[in-house]
Design a protein around this ligand. Structure first.
Ligand code: CAA
Length: 247
């Protein structure tokens, strides 16, 4: 069988990088999507992976735009091949209490974190259904399950991902395509490092395991969901949060 093509949006970010490395280790031909204006950083990132013996393709594209996502998928399919595994991992924060949140901060988060899931998946789903195989894995968040002070925008987008996941899972279930989400808790990446130290420390103190997660702990679960061992799992959400939220 030829190598599966795996596309990871936001693939050069903290969790995205670990996912790219996990899927490469599982024999996939991995493509990391990045924002076009971050071209030089993405190329440097690609070289860093190569220095560790990990070959990853890169693909520019603004996934918050339907047209940007369409052009990115066309480029990936032409250069590399049809996408078998899609990991929707692109995400940003614009934390503010609602009374201070601007419309722009709401829209930026909704378009990058939720619209992107539609924008990219819409352009790969038909091919997956026609070929009778596909894996869509959406990176949501513990805060999409429990809410979070200062994150009306982020928590709404991440909660929306669950509705998308369960709906598409039903549409694709008879066609060999599974659709699942993974909900990380607080993971040690640039995103959580950007939080005020005292706020982060107070949250970590509430995590039953009393520590943040590692990007690899998220990536292992994504790797499992992408594998044939997870054939009967669809429409599921897998929390990886050190016990921060139990349901
Ligand atoms: N619950 C209740 N009250 C809280 C609170 C909380 N969790 N956090 C802060 N407050 C209180 C403060 O004590 C303060 O009270 P006083 O006014 O009485 O002194 C007040 O709320 C501050 O409110 P402001 O509107 O002035 O807020 P701010 O501008 O000072 O900061 C914030 C608000 C930027 C949202 C800050 O609280 C913050 O960074 N919170 C963390 C948000 C967070 O968890 N982000 C996660 C980022 S990582 C990620 O998103 C990945 C993932 O998936 C987990």
């Amino acid at each position: 069988m030829s190598r599966r093509v795996a596309l990871v949006t936001g693939g050069t970010g903290g969790i995205g990088t670990a996912i790219c490395r996990e899927l490469t280790g599982r024999g996939c031909l991995v493509v990391a999507n990045y924002l076009p204006e971050l071209e030089s950083q993405a190329k440097a990132w690609q070289q860093e992976q190569l220095a560790d013996g990990i070959e990853v393709e890169i693909a520019p594209g603004d996934v918050s735009s339907f047209e940007g996502a369409r052009a990115m998928i066309e480029d990936v399919e032409k250069r590399i091949g049809p996408v078998d595994i899609l990991v929707n991992c692109a995400g940003i924060t614009r934390d503010k209490t609602l009374r201070k949140m601007s419309e722009e901060q709401w829209r930026e988060v909704m378009s990058t974190n939720l619209d992107s899931v539609f924008n990219v998946t819409r352009h790969v789903i038909e091919g997956m259904l026609e070929r009778g195989f596909g894996r869509v894995i959406n990176i949501s968040s513990v805060n999409g399950q429990k809410g979070q002070f200062g994150q009306c925008n982020y928590a709404s987008a991440k909660a929306g991902i669950h509705g998308f996941t369960m709906s598409l899972a039903q549409e694709a279930a008879t066609k060999g395509v599974t659709v699942n989400s993974v909900s990380p808790g607080y993971v040690a990446t640039a995103m959580t490092l950007a939080m005020p130290d005292e706020v982060r420390e107070a949250i970590v103190a509430q995590v039953p395991m009393r520590r943040m997660g590692t990007p690899e702990e998220i990536a292992h679960v994504v790797g499992f969901l992408s594998s044939s061992k997870a054939d009967y799992i669809t429409g599921a959400n897998i929390p990886v949060n050190g016990g921060l939220y139990m349901s």
